[in-house]
Design a protein around this ligand. Sequence first.
Ligand SMILES: C[S@@+](CC[C@H](N)C(=O)[O-])C[C@H]1O[C@@H](n2cnc3c(N)ncnc32)[C@H](O)[C@@H]1O
Length: 389
Amino acid sequence: MMNQLRQILLERIGSGGPLSFRDFMDAALYHPEHGYYRSGRKRIGREGDFFTSSHVHAAFGELVAGQIREMADPFTGRRSSFWIIEAGPGEGHLAADMMRALRPVSPGDPARFRLGLVETSPALRRVQRRSLEKAGCLEGTVWWESLDELAGEPARNGCLVANELLDALPVHRVVIRKGRLREIFVSARDGEFVETEGEPVGKEIAAYLREEKIRLEEGQQAEVNLGALEWARATARVIGNGYWIVIDYGYPARELYAPERARGTLLSYHRHRASEEFYRDVGERDLTAHLNFTALIRAAERAGWRSCGITNQMRFLISMGLLERIESIAGRADVGSVRERLALRQLIQPGGMGEQFKVLIFRRGEVSGDLRGLRDPFHAGMVGVEGTA
Ligand SMILES: C[S@@+](CC[C@H](N)C(=O)[O-])C[C@H]1O[C@@H](n2cnc3c(N)ncnc32)[C@H](O)[C@@H]1O
């Protein structure tokens, strides 16, 4: 079958010239009709291309909900709701698992929590609606296409959650040639996409690298995710008193841009196989790059967030009670329990989800930074703001 997006992009390059890699990736993932996240095909889970934690086991969402419950406790008795705003909810499993766990336990309980979902893809919004309906948590949920839609409204009390959103934002790619910063563009030759290099578009990329004191080596490639910084600013406008939980893979700047990462971190995922085939089956493969946590923390703090800490998913989930969940089914030998134990372990797998995913928590307004999920489960005390656990 002809790949229509490929055709559209080749024509766009033919008439308008090379695209920045950022614009190419934006179209590959988010073209309104043919983009990877827009076409309505199954992308996440066993039949898709990659797993997210919320597709591994519902305990992930339930334990994140436990952290949100602690965050919301000081707001008990207030008239206004405590908002949970999830950005980039995928198929809605995390939202459904969180809301199921936070549902009022008896009919007399006040509905303290309200859910808002920020999603650009109409196809995924439909899937999210079905997931929430199935979990019995659809009532009262609102959707926004972007946080900009909340611009005129008063800031809310609540918690924003972004699990694997920021790594799915389109990135600029750069390379050093003869000591100079060049940007990677996507051009076309004989009907195929080819990479070319040129002057970076705008001054922001160079300013970003300067600010982070990043010195790339000759020939070294790297990604620059300006969109993540924009999210840090946008989220700060939405929350008055509350938190932002970011769960994603990434490194501090000095590790992300270290010389041994000569080709950067951009990867393409197709049927659970990672590769560097960025231009193959365009619109049918996920593209993703690791985050620069140093830049994210700096942008968030500049926007008015305060960092509570950074830990990894293993420590976060263990602090929130994951081992007790495993323990509760330890003696059972039926297939269901064995599968469940394996899935729970996968969430905290060293070298896998447990260590690759980091959990960053930011706060704003009159709320405490002393949070259970950031306590170190192995040593007494809290994990540091700078530490990468
Ligand atoms: C990798 S998926 C997230 C997975 C999901 N959080 C989970 O737990 O399974 C990325 C999601 O971010 C959404 N997304 C990407 N850019 C967005 C944007 N600018 N605003 C809102 N959602 C966006 C995608 O459509 C998709 O739902």
